[in-house]
Ligand binder design. Sequence first.
Ligand SMILES: Cc1ncc(COP(=O)(O)O)c(C=O)c1O
Length: 504
Amino acid sequence: MKKRRSANQHSDISFDEDFLSASPQSRTAYRVALRQAEAVLLRDYALLTRCYSGAEAADLAEEIGGLEVCPEEGRGLESTLDLVGSSILRHSVVVSDPTCVGHLHCPPLIPALAAESLISATNQSMDSWDQAPAATYLEQRVIDWLGEALKLGTQADGIFTSGGTQSNLLGLLLSRDDFIQRRLGWRSQEKGLPPNAGKMRILASANAHFSVQQSAAILGLGQDAVVPVATDQLGRMDVAVAARFLDALTAQGLLPFAIVATVGTTDTGSIDPLSALADLADQWSAWLHVDAAYGGALVLSHRFGNRLEGVGRADSVTIDFHKLFYQPISCSALLVRDRRAFDTIRLRADYLNPEENEQAGLLDLVTKSIQTTRRFDGLKPFVSLHSVGRRRLAAMIEGTIDLASSTAAMIRDDPILELAMEPFLNALLFRYRPDGVPEAVLDAVNGTIRSRLLISGQALLARTKFSGRVFLKVTLLNPRTERHHIETILTRVKQAGDEAMLMF
Ligand SMILES: Cc1ncc(COP(=O)(O)O)c(C=O)c1O
């Protein structure tokens, strides 16, 4: 660190070039730092030609576990970034590689990467207006746009969250407190759970995301409060079964208060029948939470937007921008149809969001959030949507859904492969299944195929269970994945399967 005269009385060190400011030294330091980061990213990451280097977990743990974290004297940014490039970036998952098709893990749009640099450099904190004056209104604007796009009505509102898990938690928290206040005449925010909270029940399809159960546990209702409803052959919640459960639970003196519908289940992309579930929720005065973490991006598509029919009748909706909206992690939102839902979690801190602010017309977003300090994540979808436009984004999403259909056809036509079900969105399950092989062997072989392809960097597929058996999963979020990539992946799956068969 250079020594200079400084206003800091306790030290003669200037920290000018450590932080971004108007000074020429600072701006130069920033430019150099970003150029160095860009050079490392382009060299050690963008040029990678496989979805994964193939490094084994134990080797990575050993190498990275030995890194010095905080030397007495800094090693300088360039050499630190070089170290990050060789130790970390080269062994990262290449999310934009066309064969990286495992999880709901998208390649991020370049405009969003540009927005990320503005988000971190300006470091606005979205809890109070005085820490994020313009950012507050931009996030609110994106939320209002989303509420309109989902047809949630004039009283809609929402808040950005860290991901679908937190959005689901917040939606179920609001539903719990609404029920407890409105129907049980109790205020859980002050008094905790009421004596009969143990009777409260949530209905969700057996294929709903595990964060529904996790939320019930965190909310003090217990995982067993979630009643799994059977699905039809296409993985959608069976409404008749849900209706019977509501009758039966009520007859037992239990209190079903919320129904969770999913738009795009994690494994098969199935979409629950929203309108029928909204009717059922109306009939039982239950809260309808729609987990559209995955499928919510269909609002952008004129071709497939009708698959969201009924979503506007939901009481709350989870949308993940870091899935099919191609945003870098993390970026999610929870929307509500009636903004008064947030009143049940409203808390005030004198230093942050005092009543006077609201009276003065200032918006402190913390009042709707279960986070305090929060990143300005709303900028990323704004920059992406505004710069790329609906039409092009819709074309990306639609292309992946079309590719999933043709992938399903390729699998169906292959005698060695078995398709679990037709895809609704762009996720599909299949397995290597030559005739006459016992199920237990097929499970082991398919698990081996998945790990072999990953460790050889040939393809990143996920592994899951379907009807109790091991299946491979492809999630075709990447608009750069084309038919020939799928043909290559399926050929590799069969080769790896043939080799694995020799082991069992
Ligand atoms: C349907 C669904 N809901 C919620 C989540 C959780 O989202 P996140 O990982 O952003 O917390 C996922 C994650 O894959 C999901 O598929």
